[in-house]
Design a protein around this ligand. Structure first.
Ligand code: BYC
Ligand code: FE
Ligand code: FE
Length: 480
């Protein structure tokens, strides 16, 4: 069977020839009930019987890879889809540079690969768990549908990693796959592996910030793994990236529509001062300083996902050809980095400054820099939206060292504009920089569901267009 033929007759739609591998098929079919149990108990709460207008991946062609239609989420066809093989692909970096890519796991890198796949796999169900309460407070059916679209696709991303574990890692791969359903976001005993995936996503502003920033970490990590010399991982990640674009679209447009509602309401009532928070909040919208504090929080939590600035793990996986840099195949250098340096911001004599470190050790910092660059575009457009209503306020990204828990800046406190301060000074100003109980009370009060087709909560503007050319008043979710 070739990759063009996706078999929708089997339980698990796939383009990996599952029907010809009876053992693997049995293993995955054995995992399936546990997955459905997990989805029912940890997935979207209260909407499992609703018909949702969802996109389902049906092919890996650039055009026409998805079909749209009403589906009950537990009946979603979570498939295993790999992007087409690139002919004569070679390992793009490290000590095996230029050698043919691996079609099976190289023994010496087995543990390293498994760890990366498990970490990636762990984040996917974690995000579904974090978002499970949001359906019942959705600001519109359009937004509710987008939430569920993101959720089912994160479910599919879990399937993607579980396929790799089952197909290539034998017994311990199967054990790891079981554990992916056992850990739980926020659990004391068995938490998810990375910090940001144990935080709450309590409201829709958090959800949009999460999909803007944290799904973008997903994009960067998937881009780096798409460069892997282990070809099945590369092909898996390349296809996941097609879905990821929509997740970031949801975040970008979500925040943009929120600032639009705020700025418009302010302009209409003649409130010029964005810091006149009392007046702004009376309009049923979210004040801009609160949006800035949410930005500060989600951005800094997401920066932690890149690991330590200097990492021998990162150097090791690059050297091995297991994980490349962002756009490795478009970078013009020797792809081995021996003897090269990379500037990394560090604390030197109590001050933050750029220090040249061996480029191999600085790869986490480099990917994080690429991420920061990627974040800026949308923020500029949010600011243009605010300015277009004549409101004088700019959302900014805080300094990379602000509010960090992992790496160089974990032990220190730094202001959003990059000044090193004491823990007491930080505590004294934290309410200015990070969401407060007061912000939470405001936002919680606004999280009233709106389920009338075509209607939107006061604090968010309607989107400029609907999904798949449907009108914005389309009934994106049919509530039972
Ligand atoms: N929290 O050498 P270091 C996504 C640990 S998001 C807790 O600095 P390394 C998605 C680390 O494990 C993308 N622990 O970093 C988004 C290590 O522990 P050990 C997910 C952390 O190894 C939205 C130690 O600290 N994909 O897809 O280079 C919705 C020192 O590690 C954290 C990936 O992350 C943390 N934040 O790790 C849905 C790709 N950071 O071994 C989905 C796979 C580090 O000393 N992962 N530690 O006990 C990787 O490439 C790397 O493992 C990391 C950095 C990027 C996580
Ligand atoms: Fe994902
Ligand atoms: Fe995502």
């Amino acid at each position: 069977m070739s990759w063009q033929d996706i078999d929708y007759e089997t339980l698990i739609p796939n383009n990996v020839g599952l029907a010809e591998d009876a053992r693997l098929q049995r293993a995955l079919e054995g995992w399936h009930p546990g997955y459905i149990d997990w989805w029912m108990s940890m997935g979207p709460e209260g909407f499992q019987m609703a018909d949702v207008y969802l996109r389902t991946a049906i092919s890996v062609e650039k055009e026409g890879w998805a079909k749209f239609g009403y589906v009950k989420m537990p009946q979603y066809r979570w498939g295993i889809l790999l992007a087409p093989e690139v002919e004569d692909r070679v390992i793009p970096c490290g000590e095996h540079l230029g050698e043919p890519v691996w079609k099976e796991v190289p023994g010496e890198y087995r543990a390293m690969l498994r760890r990366l796949i498990v970490i990636q796999g762990d984040t996917e169900p974690a995000s579904v768990e974090q978002q499970r309460h949001l359906g019942s407070i959705a600001p519109s059916l359009y937004d509710m549908r987008n939430l569920f679209q993101v959720n089912v696709e994160e479910g599919r991303h879990l399937w993607a990693m579980v396929y790799l574990l089952h197909r290539y890692f034998g017994r311990d791969g199967r054990d790891e796959a079981d554990d992916l359903l056992r850990r739980q976001s926020g659990s004391e005993e068995q938490p998810r592996m990375l910090g940001a995936f144990n935080e709450e996503t309590p409201d829709w502003l958090s959800f949009f910030m999460f999909t803007y920033f944290t799904d973008r970490d997903g994009k960067m990590q998937l881009e780096a793994l798409a460069q892997s010399g282990f070809d099945p991982l590369s092909r898996t990640c390349r296809f996941m990236l097609a879905e990821e674009a929509h997740h970031m679209f949801v975040g970008y447009t979500g925040v943009k529509r929120i600032v639009e509602a705020t700025a418009r309401a302010m302009a209409e009532t003649g409130i010029e001062d964005p810091y006149d928070v009392e007046a702004v909040r009376k309009l049923g919208v979210i004040d801009l300083p609160t949006i800035q504090r949410k930005t500060n929080l989600h951005y800094s939590l997401t920066l932690d996902l890149f690991g330590s600035e200097e990492s021998t793990n990162a150097a090791g996986s690059f050297n091995a050809g297991i994980k490349g840099r962002y756009h490795e195949d478009r970078i013009d250098d020797d792809h081995q980095l021996r003897g090269d340096t990379y500037p990394v911001t560090k604390l030197v004599d109590g001050e933050l400054q750029a220090v040249a470190v061996p480029a191999l050790n600085g790869l986490n910092a480099r990917l994080r820099d690429d991420f920061i660059e990627d974040c800026l575009g949308g923020i500029r457009r949010w600011n243009r939206e605010i300015a277009s209503h004549g409101i004088d306020f700019e959302i900014t990204l805080p300094h990379v060292a602000f509010n960090r828990a992992i790496g160089e800046f974990g032990p220190i406190e730094v202001t959003p504009d990059g000044k090193v301060i004491t823990a007491d000074e930080f505590a004294a100003s934290a309410a200015e920089w990070l969401p407060t109980p007061d912000d939470k009370a405001l936002i919680d009060a606004l999280m009233e569901p709106e389920v009338e087709p075509g209607r939107f909560a006061s604090w968010i503007a309607p989107p400029s267009r609907g999904i798949n050319n449907q009108p914005t008043e389309f009934e994106y979710v049919l509530l039972p």
